[in-house]
Design a protein around this ligand. Structure first.
Ligand SMILES: [Zn+2]
Ligand SMILES: [Zn+2]
Length: 356
């Protein structure tokens, strides 16, 4: 397969400080014998990127973007199993599978996992908002081949879908159980879709009507505004008065946590997925946890061991992620893409940066 020569420099969107993203010319990363170089085609805008950019939670400069898919343009001499031209999806965090945290299945707490192994320059930070990224040796096991019939955008969704499947697996559910998913943004809709496909009765909530419509399309039995009196009624009748078996809070809102805790039955679970900001606190009634045995749990980031299963869900389109991607912008407009993702409109869901 003929490929274009790899240039010495490339365009990249560099995070230079709070709300300061600049298109700059930077060197194309050099790829070592145990590494690969990827020409980026698609990179999803993730809420964690937005947080870093808007609150300056990481030092500048860096090149962000980690929901990345593209084509291999260089394969190090010592790398086996991959060829130039392969279409791939990337994972920027890969656990060692051997440390104390990994032996407990807490991959997101593994020291190796906490290192970012994909870079377009500066401190490794994902690099998906650039033309090329270098994948370091320890992140090679995170490479997933994208089948011919699937798009790069679908490949770029493997990472977020993985984080959702990991969280779903933390819930003790039986088929037919009733689960509320609060917030029907791209992540909330992935929860709705996966839970419904696994035979759960999903009650979806969101303030935006088009998102509620989308939730029904993804299998929600009911989709309601969160402040509607119907929510409690619907849950009562769906569960014969027992209450929810679980609730997923996929929106960083205090009222959603309160509602979830109130609507979950004794012995049920409330899972926080969107409360990623340090320093935020809320009231907890300890007896809810101690006497009613309502578990308050969280889930963060992906589970490397689910990679194959996630690829099956997405590439078979049993969980069809295509309707979730409503906006694609070119690399030069990454700042606009981030802004749009940060202030969603009723018509916008997932925003992605794409290149040819
Ligand atoms: Zn992400
Ligand atoms: Zn580990």
């Amino acid at each position: 397969m003929p490929t274009d020569p790899i240039p010495r420099t490339m365009q990249a969107v560099v995070y230079r400080g709070v709300n300061d993203l600049r298109v700059e010319t930077v060197p194309v990363p050099r790829c070592g014998a145990h590494e690969v170089l990827v020409k980026v085609v698609a990179c999803g805008v993730c809420p964690t990127d937005i947080k870093k950019i808007q609150y300056g939670t990481v030092p500048a400069p860096r090149i962000l973007g980690h929901e990345t898919a593209g084509t291999l343009v260089k394969v190090g001499a010592r790398v086996e199993g991959w060829r130039v031209g392969d279409r791939v999806a990337l994972h920027h965090h890969v656990p060692c599978l051997d440390c104390h945290a990994c032996r407990h299945g807490a991959y997101a707490q593994c020291p190796q996992y906490l290192r970012t192994g994909i870079t377009a320059g500066f401190e490794p930070a994902g690099g998906g908002y650039a033309e090329y990224v270098r994948v370091m040796r320890f992140c090679l096991p995170g490479l997933v081949k994208i089948p011919r019939k699937n798009s790069f955008l679908e490949g770029a969704m493997l990472e977020p879908v993985n984080t959702v499947l990991k969280a779903v697996n933390r819930l003790n559910l039986l088929p037919g159980d009733t689960v509320m998913v609060a917030g029907q943004g791209p992540i909330g809709l992935m929860f709705t879709g996966l839970l419904a496909a696994r035979g759960m009765r999903v009650v979806a909530t969101d303030f935006m009507a088009p998102r509620r419509k989308m939730a029904r399309r993804y299998g929600a039995r009911q989709a309601l505004a969160p402040d509607s009196a119907e929510v409690a009624k619907v849950i009562r009748s769906a569960t014969r008065g027992r209450g929810l078996d679980a609730a997923v809070v996929a929106v960083p809102v205090e009222a959603a946590v309160q509602q979830a805790q109130a609507q979950v039955r004794g012995g049920g679970q409330v899972l926080l997925f969107a409360h990623t900001r340090r320093g935020e606190r809320g009231p907890v009634e300890y007896a809810d946890i101690c006497v009613d045995e309502k578990d308050l749990i969280g889930s963060y980031s992906s589970d490397f061991t689910l990679q194959r299963e996630v690829a099956r869900w997405v590439f078979s389109r049993r969980l069809d992620v295509r309707p979730l991607i409503t906006h694609t912008l070119p690399l030069a407009q990454t700042a606009e893409a981030v802004k749009l993702a940060a202030q969603p409109t009723p018509q916008s869901l997932k925003v992605a940066v794409v290149q040819d």
